[in-house]
Ligand binder design. Structure first.
Ligand code: NAP
Length: 279
């Protein structure tokens, strides 16, 4: 089977490394010529080009470009593909992508490998990135079962744990566990920066340790990614943020009222709930 990858960065490059290991012929397209040369040298792809027509004779194409370019890339790509080619994508928000590509291409299957590192670009590509990581496939009523099976077969070989859900469910779930934490963590850092007394602020900066490192990590990350999450998953994120504001109000009320029993009950329930999300 010939597999095409558009967007040779962290995800596209890592995908290529593994797919080549499993014996697929992998053809890559990226924006820059230098990236194409690197991707071939690193063993991510067999052949690479900046021209999408390279993928004309593939069986499956993974679109791994930045989120905002997935639909425009699909639109351009389909002009050079045979009708039976399956297109899938790896975008971390699903509803706008699936709604945008489904009407353009009947052999489209939305997907999201939930794996990554803090790095980006082809240099960040690594083998086995998807092993034991969730890989969400988001079919809709019109997605062809035989196409889902093909993508499932490839993803299984990557060693990922496959989950199926509707695009909207995916977006609400990732809003809760991925996009909301970025905003909460950013608000935490902003709250510290709002300290008016410079001596106190400086002392806080000197005393900050592992707890602050853990809770501020995602809020202090790449600003572009945070904006992308808010832009493409706006409704779900606003819903999560509203619930979070409600939770903050509850905590403020409990502490204002010195309701230590109520606060204990609340913190006991969060203590018990956490292991259901993370081991
Ligand atoms: P990345 O490392 O920045 O890779 C994207 C690559 O796309 C860039 O290196 C760039 O390569 C190439 N590109 C840019 N514009 C292009 C175009 N018009 N045509 C073809 N290639 C183009 O980003 P990433 O982290 O791999 O993310 C890619 C996708 O994966 C995103 O949609 C994201 O939502 C999704 N995702 C990311 C993660 C994560 O943790 N990073 C996890 C799951 C899913 P050049 O060097 O050629 O410019």
């Amino acid at each position: 089977m010939k597999i095409g990858i558009v967007g040779l960065g962290l995800i596209g490059g890592s995908l290529g490394l593994d797919l080549k290991t499993y014996g697929y012929e992998v053809l890559g397209v990226s924006r820059r010529e230098s990236t194409c040369t690197k991707a071939v040298a690193m063993g991510c792809v067999d052949t690479a080009s900046v021209d999408l027509s390279l993928l004309g004779k593939t069986d499956v194409v993974f679109i791994c470009t930045p989120l905002g370019l997935i639909i425009p890339t699909a639109r351009q790509l389909i002009t050079s593909l045979g009708r039976n080619v399956i297109i899938t994508d790896v975008g971390s928000v699903k509803t706008p992508i699936v709604e945008g590509i489904n009407p353009l291409w009947e052999n489209f299957v939305g997907g999201h490998p939930m794996a990554g590192t803090a790095d980006s670009g082809i240099e960040a590509a690594q083998r086995n990135l998807f092993v034991e990581r969730p890989y969400v496939i988001t079919p809709t009523a019109t997605t062809r079962p035989e196409n889902i099976q093909v993508i499932e077969g490839i993803v299984q070989q990557l060693g990922a744990k496959i989950y199926y859900c509707q695009p909207e469910e995916h977006d609400r779930a990732v809003s809760l566990i991925s996009h909301l934490p970025v905003m909460v963590s950013a608000a935490l850092i902003a709250s510290c920066m709002a300290e008016g007394e410079s001596q106190v602020l400086q002392l806080a900066q000197q005393l900050a340790s592992s707890g602050f490192r853990d809770t501020s990590r995602v809020g202090g990350g790449n600003p572009e990614l945070g904006v992308m999450m808010a832009e493409y998953n706006r409704d779900a994120l606003l819903r999560s943020l509203s619930e979070y504001r409600h939770q903050l109000d509850e905590l403020i009320a409990l502490i204002t009222q010195e309701n230590w029993q109520g606060l204990t009950t609340k913190l006991n329930s969060t203590h018990q709930a956490r292991p259901k999300f993370v081991e």
